[in-house]
Design a binder for this molecule. Structure first.
Ligand SMILES: Cc1cc2nc3c(=O)[nH]c(=O)nc-3n(C[C@H](O)[C@H](O)[C@H](O)COP(=O)(O)OP(=O)(O)OC[C@H]3O[C@@H](n4cnc5c(N)ncnc54)[C@H](O)[C@@H]3O)c2cc1C
Length: 470
């Protein structure tokens, strides 16, 4: 018997940061909303196998590293230092659980139906749900559909993920003991963050990056400082290096690399392949639906998140732009508000990018190279954390804040930071961007003393040649 079609205002396919935020905003605006998620928990990559668990492990390993190497300078003696990886992993799982339960609560509060299963979009905005475990199949006739199916990690053809020794982010977040030698393929955000976790706990970590530097695309000066600090910490960074082959044999992994005509074989006990992610189109047969895709298989959308299909929207990692949770969330809000008849638009100028290593890295807007290549005249202001009182009290003086501002108008073009807690400092700069502030505006703003945020003010003043403490 054919499943009966249930009419609803909106079906969101995918319950990650894009999908669940879109569902909540739509429900707040009075739309009868169903969110289809095929995993056992809401939250998608970010909450379950991305942002949240990686930050939980980064926090645990940061404490360990402080106990091992930082505490002594404060006069704190710690006896036999141990790391119980099982407890650390359980804590991470508990943190994830708190977040996923929080999302279930928010769904109940906003009266959103969670259809547990795999959603398939059919022509005419019908969404079929095949239950993941037990339960009945369902079909919805949706007035509007939001595709929020996220992304999946790119695999290397010669190193298929087994999540035991050949790992994606999924396996790297649950290694049961500290590796002896973790080989990380990819010197981007995910490789550096997860590599840092295990390096801090005592693993030898080698990062192999095809491009000339780690963190390709970020500001050159920032990359230089990060390279210096990470190398001093003991991360072995092999840039401009190609991985040509790899294999697992029992508990060992072997990776063949090539640089400048020379070849080398690396042996380790784990390899993390972090060479990028690609849009997921699970349950979306683009060619059958006539859905327009870009070159990387991403769903093409306008600035109101509309696809080329009537009343079908797409958001998050499956559409163009940086694969970031906060970008997905904003797109979710825009799509929901547009569906509800509001005039929302997505703009991408002020989306910060953060690397949660230590020191942290945060950036928003143009790099200095981009400013140069745009042909406009610009000024640069820099302030190092060595000259910041609060950084000195904490013994965290690596890094700097750097502004790029238009030389004629003083408009802020970009900000690049490496240093302690810059993931929090960047929020001020994003707000300044949103309000169209100049470096003079930030320089005129009182910043409490002694705080790390004074480095932001001083760097802004630096762009005007008026920094005080340097
Ligand atoms: C290790 C790691 C660390 C990261 N750290 C950060 C960070 O610190 N900050 C940051 O901003 N970003 C971070 N990211 C990126 C972030 O996780 C993604 O940008 C974000 O999750 C994208 O959200 P989304 O909703 O588009 O997709 P996803 O989070 O991927 O969610 C998509 C959801 O859709 C479901 N789904 C797919 N197809 C179907 C279907 N047909 N039916 C039902 N359900 C379906 C999937 O099961 C999934 O739950 C990290 C990623 C990784 C891997």
């Amino acid at each position: 018997m054919a499943t009966q079609l249930t009419p609803v205002d909106l079906v969101v396919i995918g319950g990650g940061p894009g999908g669940y935020v879109a569902a909540i905003r739509a429900a707040q605006l009075g739309l009868q909303t169903v969110c289809v998620e095929m995993e056992r928990t809401l939250g998608g990559t970010c909450v379950n196998i991305g942002c949240i668990p990686s930050k939980a492990l980064l926090d645990s390993s940061h404490h360990y590293e402080f106990a091992a190497h930082g505490a002594k300078a404060h006069g704190i003696g710690i006896g036999d230092l141990t790391i119980d990886v099982a407890t650390m992993l359980k804590r991470k799982d508990d943190v994830v659980g708190q977040n996923t339960k929080g999302l279930e609560f928010l769904f109940r509060k906003n009266k959103i139906t969670w259809a547990r299963g795999r959603g398939t979009l059919r022509p005419g905005n019908v969404v079929d749900v095949t239950p993941s475990e037990s339960g009945d199949a369902a079909s919805y006739q949706a007035k509007h559909v939001i595709i929020a199916t996220g992304s999946v990690p790119v695999e290397l053809p010669f190193l298929r993920f087994d999540e035991e020794r050949v790992l994606s982010n999924v396996g790297a977040l649950k290694i049961a003991h500290v590796p002896k030698h973790l080989i990380v393929i990819g010197g981007g955000v995910i490789g550096l963050e997860l590599g840092s976790v295990w390096r801090r706990l005592g693993a030898k970590v080698t990062v192999i990056e095809l491009m000339a530097t780690i963190l390709p695309g970020m500001d050159d000066e920032l990359v230089k400082e990060a390279t210096r600090v990470f190398s001093r910490q003991g991360l072995e960074l092999r840039t401009g290096t190609k991985v040509t082959a790899g294999r697992r044999e029992g508990d060992r992994v072997t990776v063949e690399i090539a640089k400048d005509g020379g070849a080398e074989t690396l042996e380790g006990d784990y390899v993390l392949v972090a060479v990028g992610r690609r849009p997921s189109l699970e349950g979306i047969d683009a060619s059958a639906l006539g859905l327009e895709l870009g070159r990387r298989g991403e769903i093409l959308v306008d600035d109101q998140m509309r696809t080329n299909l009537p009343n079908v929207y797409a958001i998050g990692d499956c559409v163009p732009g940086p694969m970031l949770a906060h970008k997905a969330e904003e797109e979710g809000v825009v799509a929901a508000e547009v569906i509800a008849g509001q005039q929302a638009h997505m703009h991408y100028r002020s989306i910060p990018g953060i690397v949660y290593t230590w020191p942290e890295i945060a950036a928003v807007g143009m790099t200095e190279r981009e400013a140069r290549e745009s042909g406009r005249e610009y000024r640069v202001g820099r302030f190092p954390f060595t000259a910041n009182g609060r950084a000195r009290t904490a013994g965290e003086t690596a890094g700097f804040v750097k502004f790029v501002a238009d030389a004629r108008t003083d408009e802020l073009l970009g900000c690049h930071m490496v240093g302690p807690s810059v993931s929090e400092l960047v929020a001020e700069v994003v707000l300044a961007f949103e309000y169209g502030a100049s470096s003079d505006d930030i320089g005129l703003t009182v910043h409490a003393h002694p705080t790390l945020s004074e480095a932001v003010k001083e760097a802004a003043l630096g762009a005007l040649g008026r920094a005080v403490h340097i």
